[in-house]
Design a protein around this ligand. Structure first.
Ligand code: ZN
Length: 306
């Protein structure tokens, strides 16, 4: 199975803006802080790219891509699988490169039928690999041409079960599916695992629902161009924001240098800093600390790459 359109530019309109506030988030914050109270505080002088598809680039492009990232203070990069095969490639990259860590998962848009026991066993085996730090990319996608919703939900729940077995936080894909996503995440006890809503483009209300489950809001380049998302981001507590690029090869953009890469994380950080009226260094410090909190016991491995 080949990754198809799971990462094409998201140009669709945002859901209607909500006036919901974030006052209910205090409880979730206390839960998360308590859970990681034993962790050391440390200065972070690198960004983390929480979510990428670097396994889809030609292998010989990666060393240059990592150099360009490092030159602008992007260190650890998490490579998310979208199929069993791509998850395997992500694990291979994580074994090969010190700055790369892997996510395990089958993307909802890549499902053609229910995940069978062979696929689930393969995912389960890979989830226990020491290079794996998150379950990703899994989730729900309710666009008109997406796979059958019942198939998606069963696959998502089966993968959340694997996340519980392996105690992995879940970096999830949520597109036009907020209500179903919140329902499934609640029923599957996501607050025990933590995670992040990847490539977030939702409303304030959506963000509050995600944060109240103890999950982070992962912002990417749409923040540069979507005024509604900028307004939402401005109001989000920095303590609940993480950053990513969701990068993958983009030949449709023409020149190679226009493709999104992990080196673009600081551009998103700079926009967030501008919106919040704070320094980029603070955005780096806090968002990287947030990733480490989310990763729990696996944070030490990623810290070593900071
Ligand atoms: Zn992705």
């Amino acid at each position: 199975m080949v990754a198809t359109d799971q990462c094409t530019e998201r140009t669709n309109a945002l859901p209607p803006q909500s006036s919901g506030d974030l006052t209910q988030n205090t409880n979730a914050m206390i839960v998360r802080k308590t859970r990681h109270a034993g962790e050391k505080e440390r200065g972070n002088d690198l960004f983390v790219d929480l979510h990428t598809h670097i396994d889809q680039y030609k292998p010989d492009e990666l060393p240059g891509m990592f150099q360009r990232a490092r030159a602008v203070a992007v260190g650890p990069i998490i490579a998310a699988g979208v199929t069993v095969e791509s998850t395997r490639r992500c694990l291979e990259l994580a074994a090969k490169y010190d700055n790369v860590f892997a996510g395990v998962g089958v993307h909802p848009s890549d499902l053609t039928e229910d995940l069978d026991n062979i696929a689930l066993d393969q995912l389960r085996n890979m989830a226990s690999d020491e290079q794996v730090v998150v379950m990703s990319e899994v989730g729900l996608d309710h666009q008109d041409d997406s796979p059958d919703r019942a198939v998606q939900e069963r696959a998502f729940r089966a993968q959340l079960e694997i996340a519980h077995e392996a105690s992995l936080p879940v970096v999830f894909h949520m597109r036009f599916a907020t209500d179903d996503m919140i329902r499934v995440l609640t029923e599957e006890r996501i607050s025990e695992l933590g995670g992040a809503a990847h490539y977030f483009q939702g409303s304030q209300k959506d963000a509050s629902a995600v944060i109240n489950l103890g999950c982070y809001i992962s912002l990417a380049k749409p923040l540069l161009r979507l005024p509604k998302l900028q307004e939402v981001a401005q109001n989000l507590p920095l303590e609940w924001i993480v950053l990513e690029t969701d990068c993958y090869p983009q030949p449709f953009k023409g020149k190679r240098e226009k493709w999104t890469e992990p080196k673009d994380v600081p551009i998103v950080a700079a926009k967030l800093a501008e919106l919040k009226g704070i320094g980029v260094a603070e955005v780096m410090e806090v968002t990287t600390a947030n990733v480490l909190k989310m990763l729990g016991p696996r944070a030490d491995r990623v810290s070593a790459a900071l």
